[in-house]
Design a protein. Structure first.
Length: 118
């Protein structure tokens, strides 16, 4: 899902509750709305509040800055990042895959996350 409005915050709450009750991981929707308007943080924060011990992923645009990636991790207390891309080439930051860039920035946040085989 995503956040940014009362309605999507309620949906995130319900999805987080379902993830908690089933033991499934949950990913946020794109954190773009939060980066544009930090006032909507609670619509994302419910993912962790209603699933305190679950595996939570923070979905980011693959060109997201390292600082914003850290903000997303902090907000959700995320276990991992989930970079998404909308067009070819979006998953590279300065010629390097964004996962590597973020790994260098904060190895603890992606420990245990495996790269997909090509």
């Amino acid at each position: 899902m995503t956040g940014g409005s009362v309605k999507t915050g309620a949906i995130n709450r319900d999805l987080a509750t379902a993830a908690r009750e089933t033991g499934l991981a949950i990913a946020s929707g794109s954190m773009h709305a939060y980066f544009k308007d930090p006032g909507c943080a609670d619509t994302f924060r419910v993912l962790r509040r209603h699933n305190p011990h679950g595996f939570v992923l923070a979905m980011l645009n693959a060109t997201c800055s390292v600082d914003n990636a850290r903000r997303a991790i902090d907000l959700l207390q995320a276990n991992a990042l989930d970079p998404h891309q909308h067009r070819p080439g979006n998953a590279h930051a300065g010629g390097r895959p964004v996962v590597r860039v973020l790994a260098r920035a904060d190895r603890r946040s992606i420990r245990g996350v495996r790269r997909r085989p090509r």
